[in-house]
Design a protein around this ligand. Structure first.
Ligand code: MG
Length: 175
């Protein structure tokens, strides 16, 4: 007889799928705002971010499925569609990723409380990932602060960010 995952833990992970898809939608919206403003390279950077967030949702979906739990999709809430500047987008990105980190930490805490070590292991990848997400958002903030009001700097940065390419995260690499 199968031992079910704790219901609080199940709910936290199922909700996290929605949170990752909302993140994807937020970064897609930033990407579209950049496209509208002529920043094709920065739009590309956020589009890759959109793809990564979908991959995060996929990892959680695969995990619930592998535990014999059903994924129940929830409505995706509306996102902001217009930012005053690219710097503001990265400030929102940083604040948002800090919130995601606390959601991930909460899943880890419930998993530990439940002694659900499979989930403790799975969530460890996300804990590391969040350190990278926060670091990269912080670096983007300093970078865009450095070129504020400088059109040539913005042009060069836009060119640089055009080179970012999507790479499937390691938990999905075998798919
Ligand atoms: Mg994510």
């Amino acid at each position: 007889q199968r031992v079910m995952m704790g219901r609080n833990l199940y709910k936290a992970i199922n909700d996290q799928i929605n949170a990752e898809l909302w993140s994807a939608y937020l970064y897609l919206s930033m990407s579209m705002d950049c496209e509208a403003k002529g920043y094709k390279g920065i739009a590309n950077w956020f589009y890759v971010q959109f793809q990564e967030e979908q991959a995060h949702a996929r990892i959680f979906m695969n995990y619930l499925n592998s535990r014999g739990e059903k994924v129940v999709l929830l409505p995706i809430a509306e996102v902001k569609t217009e930012w005053d500047s690219v710097l503001d987008m990265f400030k929102d990105t940083f604040n948002h990723e800090q919130k995601v980190t606390s959601l991930i930490n909460n899943i880890a805490a419930i998993a530990e409380q439940d002694r659900d070590y499979a989930t403790v292991n799975r969530i460890a990848w996300f804990i590391d990932e969040q350190v990278e997400e926060e670091e990269s958002a912080r670096e983007m903030i300093s970078t865009f602060e450095a070129v504020e009001g400088n059109k040539y700097g913005m042009y060069m940065l836009d060119k640089e960010l055009a080179t970012r390419a999507y790479v499937a995260p390691s938990p999905l690499a075998a798919e």
